[in-house]
Design a protein around this ligand. Structure first.
Ligand code: DX5
Ligand code: ZN
Length: 227
Protein backbone atom coordinates (compact mmCIF):
# COMPACT_ATOMS: atom_id res chain seq x y z
CA UNK A 1 0.00 0.00 0.00
CA UNK A 2 1.25 3.47 -0.89
CA UNK A 3 1.37 5.87 2.06
CA UNK A 4 2.21 9.55 2.29
CA UNK A 5 4.40 10.79 5.14
CA UNK A 6 4.26 14.61 5.24
CA UNK A 7 7.56 16.05 6.47
CA UNK A 8 6.94 18.91 8.89
CA UNK A 9 10.30 20.45 8.00
CA UNK A 10 8.50 22.68 5.49
CA UNK A 11 5.50 23.40 7.75
CA UNK A 12 4.91 26.60 9.70
CA UNK A 13 6.28 25.69 13.15
CA UNK A 14 4.18 28.37 14.82
CA UNK A 15 1.06 26.54 13.61
CA UNK A 16 2.30 22.96 13.70
CA UNK A 17 -0.89 21.42 15.09
CA UNK A 18 -3.05 22.95 12.34
CA UNK A 19 -0.54 22.07 9.64
CA UNK A 20 -0.43 18.43 10.73
CA UNK A 21 -4.22 18.23 10.95
CA UNK A 22 -4.51 19.59 7.40
CA UNK A 23 -1.96 17.13 6.01
CA UNK A 24 -3.83 14.35 7.79
CA UNK A 25 -7.14 15.40 6.24
CA UNK A 26 -5.38 15.34 2.87
CA UNK A 27 -4.51 11.66 3.34
CA UNK A 28 -1.15 11.70 5.15
CA UNK A 29 -0.94 8.56 7.32
CA UNK A 30 2.55 8.94 8.85
CA UNK A 31 4.18 12.11 10.20
CA UNK A 32 7.84 12.47 9.23
CA UNK A 33 10.08 14.45 11.62
CA UNK A 34 13.56 15.49 10.53
CA UNK A 35 16.01 15.62 13.42
CA UNK A 36 19.24 17.44 12.54
CA UNK A 37 22.19 18.18 14.81
CA UNK A 38 24.36 20.64 12.87
CA UNK A 39 27.17 18.04 12.75
CA UNK A 40 26.08 15.14 10.59
CA UNK A 41 24.19 17.62 8.40
CA UNK A 42 24.66 21.38 8.02
CA UNK A 43 21.39 22.36 9.67
CA UNK A 44 19.69 22.24 13.09
CA UNK A 45 16.02 21.43 13.49
CA UNK A 46 14.15 19.69 16.28
CA UNK A 47 14.59 17.14 19.05
CA UNK A 48 12.58 14.95 21.43
CA UNK A 49 10.71 17.91 22.92
CA UNK A 50 9.05 18.79 19.63
CA UNK A 51 8.37 15.09 18.97
CA UNK A 52 6.58 15.00 22.30
CA UNK A 53 4.46 18.04 21.39
CA UNK A 54 3.54 16.50 18.04
CA UNK A 55 2.64 13.28 19.86
CA UNK A 56 -0.13 15.22 21.60
CA UNK A 57 -1.79 16.44 18.41
CA UNK A 58 -1.92 13.29 16.26
CA UNK A 59 -2.42 9.55 16.57
CA UNK A 60 -0.52 8.82 13.36
CA UNK A 61 2.82 6.99 13.60
CA UNK A 62 5.69 9.43 14.19
CA UNK A 63 8.55 8.63 11.83
CA UNK A 64 11.73 10.18 13.26
CA UNK A 65 14.53 10.52 10.74
CA UNK A 66 17.69 11.04 12.78
CA UNK A 67 20.37 12.98 10.93
CA UNK A 68 22.62 13.06 13.96
CA UNK A 69 25.87 11.71 15.28
CA UNK A 70 25.73 9.58 18.45
CA UNK A 71 22.20 8.40 17.71
CA UNK A 72 22.48 5.70 20.41
CA UNK A 73 22.67 8.38 23.11
CA UNK A 74 19.33 9.86 22.11
CA UNK A 75 17.25 6.78 21.29
CA UNK A 76 15.80 6.47 24.84
CA UNK A 77 14.70 10.12 24.73
CA UNK A 78 12.90 9.62 21.43
CA UNK A 79 11.15 6.56 22.85
CA UNK A 80 10.02 8.58 25.88
CA UNK A 81 8.83 11.38 23.58
CA UNK A 82 6.47 8.99 21.79
CA UNK A 83 8.32 8.19 18.57
CA UNK A 84 7.04 5.10 16.74
CA UNK A 85 9.61 4.63 13.99
CA UNK A 86 13.25 5.69 14.23
CA UNK A 87 15.64 5.68 11.31
CA UNK A 88 19.40 6.11 11.58
CA UNK A 89 21.92 6.82 8.85
CA UNK A 90 24.28 4.11 7.64
CA UNK A 91 26.91 6.87 7.32
CA UNK A 92 26.51 8.09 10.91
CA UNK A 93 26.44 4.78 12.80
CA UNK A 94 29.71 3.09 13.66
CA UNK A 95 27.81 0.07 14.95
CA UNK A 96 24.66 0.03 12.89
CA UNK A 97 23.50 -3.39 14.07
CA UNK A 98 23.71 -2.26 17.69
CA UNK A 99 21.79 0.96 16.96
CA UNK A 100 18.99 -0.95 15.24
CA UNK A 101 18.77 -3.39 18.15
CA UNK A 102 18.64 -0.49 20.59
CA UNK A 103 15.72 1.11 18.73
CA UNK A 104 13.80 -2.20 18.77
CA UNK A 105 14.67 -2.73 22.42
CA UNK A 106 12.95 0.57 23.19
CA UNK A 107 9.78 -0.65 21.51
CA UNK A 108 10.13 1.36 18.29
CA UNK A 109 10.41 0.22 14.67
CA UNK A 110 14.02 0.41 13.46
CA UNK A 111 15.02 1.65 10.03
CA UNK A 112 18.18 2.52 8.14
CA UNK A 113 18.75 5.51 5.86
CA UNK A 114 21.13 5.66 2.91
CA UNK A 115 22.57 8.88 1.53
CA UNK A 116 22.57 9.28 -2.24
CA UNK A 117 26.21 8.14 -2.53
CA UNK A 118 25.77 5.01 -0.39
CA UNK A 119 25.14 1.72 -2.21
CA UNK A 120 22.12 -0.40 -1.36
CA UNK A 121 24.15 -3.63 -1.33
CA UNK A 122 26.07 -2.50 1.77
CA UNK A 123 23.05 -3.16 4.00
CA UNK A 124 22.06 -6.63 2.78
CA UNK A 125 23.00 -8.32 6.06
CA UNK A 126 20.82 -6.11 8.25
CA UNK A 127 17.74 -6.04 5.99
CA UNK A 128 15.97 -8.74 8.07
CA UNK A 129 16.10 -6.37 11.09
CA UNK A 130 14.46 -3.30 9.61
CA UNK A 131 10.89 -2.07 9.38
CA UNK A 132 11.85 0.12 6.44
CA UNK A 133 14.78 1.40 4.44
CA UNK A 134 14.86 5.10 3.66
CA UNK A 135 16.49 6.02 0.38
CA UNK A 136 17.57 9.66 0.43
CA UNK A 137 16.96 11.15 -2.99
CA UNK A 138 18.66 14.44 -2.01
CA UNK A 139 21.61 15.08 0.29
CA UNK A 140 20.07 15.42 3.75
CA UNK A 141 19.89 18.78 5.48
CA UNK A 142 17.30 20.88 3.69
CA UNK A 143 13.86 20.74 2.14
CA UNK A 144 13.10 21.88 -1.37
CA UNK A 145 16.04 20.30 -3.18
CA UNK A 146 15.98 18.63 -6.56
CA UNK A 147 15.37 14.87 -6.82
CA UNK A 148 18.55 12.94 -7.72
CA UNK A 149 17.47 10.68 -10.57
CA UNK A 150 19.81 7.73 -9.94
CA UNK A 151 17.84 7.12 -6.73
CA UNK A 152 15.30 5.32 -8.92
CA UNK A 153 17.85 2.62 -9.68
CA UNK A 154 18.54 2.23 -5.95
CA UNK A 155 14.83 1.81 -5.21
CA UNK A 156 14.59 -0.86 -7.91
CA UNK A 157 17.62 -2.70 -6.50
CA UNK A 158 16.16 -2.62 -3.01
CA UNK A 159 12.81 -3.94 -4.22
CA UNK A 160 14.66 -6.74 -6.00
CA UNK A 161 16.59 -7.64 -2.83
CA UNK A 162 13.38 -7.63 -0.80
CA UNK A 163 11.84 -10.07 -3.25
CA UNK A 164 14.91 -12.32 -3.43
CA UNK A 165 15.27 -12.44 0.35
CA UNK A 166 11.55 -12.96 0.99
CA UNK A 167 11.34 -9.93 3.28
CA UNK A 168 8.57 -7.41 3.89
CA UNK A 169 10.36 -4.20 4.88
CA UNK A 170 8.95 -1.02 3.40
CA UNK A 171 10.80 1.23 0.98
CA UNK A 172 10.66 4.90 1.90
CA UNK A 173 11.92 7.76 -0.27
CA UNK A 174 12.79 11.24 0.99
CA UNK A 175 13.80 14.33 -0.97
CA UNK A 176 12.27 15.98 -4.02
CA UNK A 177 9.12 13.83 -3.92
CA UNK A 178 6.67 16.02 -5.84
CA UNK A 179 4.07 15.93 -8.57
CA UNK A 180 6.62 15.57 -11.37
CA UNK A 181 8.68 12.81 -9.73
CA UNK A 182 6.20 10.73 -7.75
CA UNK A 183 5.04 8.41 -10.54
CA UNK A 184 8.56 7.22 -11.35
CA UNK A 185 9.34 6.80 -7.65
CA UNK A 186 6.29 4.62 -7.04
CA UNK A 187 6.84 2.63 -10.20
CA UNK A 188 10.42 1.91 -9.12
CA UNK A 189 9.02 0.20 -6.00
CA UNK A 190 8.73 2.78 -3.20
CA UNK A 191 5.70 2.60 -0.92
CA UNK A 192 6.33 5.24 1.76
CA UNK A 193 6.60 8.73 0.31
CA UNK A 194 8.05 11.56 2.37
CA UNK A 195 7.14 15.00 1.10
CA UNK A 196 7.90 18.35 2.70
CA UNK A 197 7.70 21.26 0.30
CA UNK A 198 5.23 19.46 -2.00
CA UNK A 199 2.77 19.28 0.92
CA UNK A 200 3.46 22.40 3.01
CA UNK A 201 5.38 24.71 0.66
CA UNK A 202 2.37 26.08 -1.23
CA UNK A 203 0.23 27.00 1.78
CA UNK A 204 -2.48 24.40 1.00
CA UNK A 205 -1.36 21.23 2.79
CA UNK A 206 -4.70 19.43 2.66
CA UNK A 207 -5.23 19.98 -1.04
CA UNK A 208 -1.58 19.36 -1.96
CA UNK A 209 -1.27 16.18 0.12
CA UNK A 210 -4.44 14.85 -1.50
CA UNK A 211 -3.22 15.65 -5.01
CA UNK A 212 0.19 14.08 -4.46
CA UNK A 213 -1.25 10.92 -2.98
CA UNK A 214 -3.76 10.60 -5.81
CA UNK A 215 -0.95 10.89 -8.37
CA UNK A 216 1.08 8.27 -6.48
CA UNK A 217 -1.79 5.80 -6.27
CA UNK A 218 -2.66 6.28 -9.91
CA UNK A 219 0.94 5.48 -10.85
CA UNK A 220 0.85 2.38 -8.63
CA UNK A 221 -2.36 1.18 -10.28
CA UNK A 222 -0.71 1.41 -13.68
CA UNK A 223 1.99 -1.01 -12.51
CA UNK A 224 -0.56 -3.43 -11.05
CA UNK A 225 -2.60 -3.44 -14.25
CA UNK A 226 -0.20 -2.97 -17.17
CA UNK A 227 -1.88 -2.20 -20.54
C1 DX5 B 1 15.89 16.49 4.09
C2 DX5 B 1 14.78 15.85 4.87
C3 DX5 B 1 13.48 15.73 4.18
C4 DX5 B 1 12.88 17.03 3.72
C5 DX5 B 1 12.36 16.76 2.35
O1 DX5 B 1 17.08 16.29 4.75
O2 DX5 B 1 15.16 14.54 5.27
O3 DX5 B 1 12.54 14.98 4.95
O4 DX5 B 1 11.82 17.51 4.50
O5 DX5 B 1 11.95 17.93 1.78
P1 DX5 B 1 11.35 18.03 0.32
O6 DX5 B 1 10.16 17.08 0.28
O7 DX5 B 1 10.98 19.45 0.20
O8 DX5 B 1 12.43 17.59 -0.64
ZN1 ZN C 1 13.61 13.22 6.25
Amino acid sequence: MIELAPSILSADFARLGEEIAAAERGGGTVIHLDVMDGHFVPNITLGPQVVNSVRKVTRLPLDCHLMIENADEFIPAFADAGADWVSVHYEACRHLHRSLELIAHHGMKPAVVLNPATRVDLIVDILPMVHHVLIMSVNPGFGGQQFISFSLEKIRRLAELRHEMGLAFRIEVDGGVAHDTVAAIVQAGADLLVAGSAVFGGGHPERDARGLLAAAREAADQVDRPE
